[in-house]
Design a protein around this ligand. Structure first.
Ligand code: FES
Length: 117
């Protein structure tokens, strides 16, 4: 919402009148997938796909937060730029659950997409 991650499952649409909302459908450019979407496909970052829209939207927002220099609880240096380590990715994505346990591939997809970006 307005370029920031939110828990959509805890938000009422009526609360966001006038806000800019980006969903999974809004990430692609026509038939061209967003780099994070393409990386999820390339790394099999999903199984049933139930969590995938949330995982991808959260990953896109999380990568913006890292580029903006926002630290996380896993950042070794809160004053410096965060390195995109596996621990950093897992901490920043920790609110997104995958019941299929596709986490290793999700982390690989995010790392790959961040290098492409
Ligand atoms: S792919 Fe099934 S819940 Fe994540």
């Amino acid at each position: 919402m307005n370029g920031r991650r939110i828990n959509s499952c805890l938000s009422l649409a009526a609360q966001h009148e006038g806000d800019e909302i980006t969903t999974i459908e809004g990430l692609a450019d026509g038939d061209r997938l967003h780099p994070v979407q393409a990386a999820f496909v390339a790394h099999d970052g999903f199984q049933c796909g139930y969590c995938t829209p949330g995982q991808i939207c959260s990953a896109v927002g999380m990568l913006k937060e890292i580029r903006a220099g926002w630290p996380s609880h896993a950042s070794s240096d809160v004053a410096g730029p965060a390195a995109l380590t596996e621990a950093e990715i897992r901490e920043r994505m920790s609110g997104n659950f995958c019941r299929c346990a596709a986490y290793p591939n999700i982390v690989a997809a995010i790392r790959d997409a961040s290098e492409e970006a």
